[in-house]
Design a protein around this ligand. Structure first.
Ligand code: DX5
Ligand code: ZN
Length: 231
């Protein structure tokens, strides 16, 4: 299991220090929630912040674009140092082309589904996906409650990705904590995003262990998805 802390719940006044602390605590990914106040009712940060943090962090930058028409900013985030861009199927008018463009810029490509969007919205782009993100809250804010129906979506997506060419990682984002981690892992999730349940419970090293312990329950297909990109 990969844990990707969402810096939306971190100390915005000390982001560089926070990212160093994540690295020291053993985290390998960090989740950046980019919000434009249009696709979601909140505004956070853009490429300049990511570019500045890129200078002093070796973490995998998982950039979640909760913005309208994300195709306008692929170049800017690539230049800022994003390792992966995750665009919302509800916002990307030409998802197939946008995923291909992200990959052509050398980044991993992901697609995100809001709670009301069915998993089959991805069925025609499966071979293009490095990651599929299931929102388990309505996007825009941290600290919300997990939507229980998300578990069924993870199972449905896992089944869909068993098709040939389905190598994408499954990421779940919103209201994730050590209590619902076992169910999420057993449903087939491989990357868990946590904002408030992680940053509100320092020290980060011990909090990471809480999540890893919760994720350690054996899974029928654990041997197939050891975590991490397969290609
Ligand atoms: C919500 C963001 C999530 C959020 C997770 O729109 O995409 O990444 O920050 O925060 P928690 O874990 O507090 O729900
Ligand atoms: Zn997110």
């Amino acid at each position: 299991m990969i844990l990707a802390p969402s810096i939306l719940s971190a100390d915005f006044g000390n982001l560089e220090r926070e990212l160093h602390a994540l690295e020291e605590a053993g985290l390998t990914w960090v989740h950046f929630d980019v919000m434009d106040g249009c696709f979601v009712p909140n505004i956070t940060f853009g490429p300049p912040v990511i570019k500045r943090l890129r200078k002093s962090s070796g973490l995998f930058f998982d950039v979640h674009l909760m913005i309208a028409a994300p195709e306008r900013f692929l170049e800017a985030f690539a230049e800022a140092g994003a390792d992966m861009l995750v665009v919302h199927v509800e916002a990307a008018g030409h998802l197939d082309r946008t995923l291909r463009e992200i990959k052509s810029m050398g980044m991993k490509a992901g697609a995100a589904l809001n709670p009301s969007t069915p998993v089959y919205a991805l069925e025609n782009v499966i071979p293009l996906l490095d990651l599929a993100l299931i929102m388990s809250v309505n996007p825009g804010f941290g600290g919300q409650s997990f939507i229980p129906g998300s578990l069924g979506k993870v199972r449905a997506l896992r089944a869909m990705l068993r098709e040939p060419g389905g190598q994408a990682l499954i990421e779940v984002d919103g209201g994730v904590d050590p209590e619902n981690t076992p169910d999420l892992i057993n449903a087939g999730a491989e990357v868990l995003v946590s904002g408030s349940a992680f940053f509100n419970r320092p020290p980060y090293g011990r909090r990471l262990q809480d999540f890893m312990k919760a994720a350690s329950a054996p899974r029928p297909d654990a041997q197939r998805y050891p975590g991490g990109f397969q290609n």
